[in-house]
Ligand binder design. Sequence first.
Ligand code: IPD
Ligand code: CA
Ligand code: CA
Length: 267
Amino acid sequence: MSWRYVAVATEAAVRAGAIQLEHYGQDVKVEKKGEIDLVTEVDHACEAAIVEILRARFPDHDILTEEADLERKGSPYVWIVDPLDGTTNFAHSYPMFCASIALTLDGESVAGAIFDPIRDELFTAEKGAGAHLNGERLKVTTEDRLLQSLIITGFPYDLHEKLVERLTPFIRVMGRARAVRRAGSAAIDLSYVAAGRADGFWEAVLKPWDMAAGRLMVEEAGGRVTRFDGSTVSVGPDQIVATNGPIHDELLAALREELREVETALV
Ligand code: IPD
Ligand code: CA
Ligand code: CA
């Protein structure tokens, strides 16, 4: 794998991060994509900057990006781009968002960069060459009990329509883990598992751009990534469970457990 892929992903993510910082905390134009799903003018500006860089460096590659439907050439190399992950946070001036860029080869993530401009943290990963935070090698935790674990999760934008379905696993894990956090940026969540700041993460539905770089980050830091039933996560949309490894099966079991009494209480 070429070192250039990570370098260009980094260049593009850092450029997007600079645009995010420039506009952070100010009045930005916000549009609704759904009832609670937003897009801002900054998402679009970051996307344009990232696409410009990727196109200039790799004109033969394809690009799949969240906010624009770009024409595809049929290349086995596809860049998957979330120009602003954590849009809801950004729109509310809540300081937890990033840009996430990955290169996939035949559907598999091979390089990625996630940049958090607020903390000046750059997470990078290259297939077979490890994951790094600002150049320091990352390693997942060694915790082997869910009760002693800090778990992160997120909720897709269909939460209001599927409240019971989405909250059932949340309640179960809340009752089994030391703590559960919901920060609002799946790419940062996955990076934190890779960095050993959390022991595991799950989400019921993530889009390709939410997880393409982050899942590689976790795997390259020595972690495990599967669906709720232990099978391989697709490019997406798909469910994802990403952990340090030792707690994986216990988290899967908790997520799959029926919770009839909770369902009854919630409806
Ligand atoms: C969202 C964030 C959030 C996750 C949602 C994603 P966006 O991405 O990653 O944490 O829970 O499922 O859609 O809309 O901010 O790019
Ligand atoms: Ca996202
Ligand atoms: Ca986004």
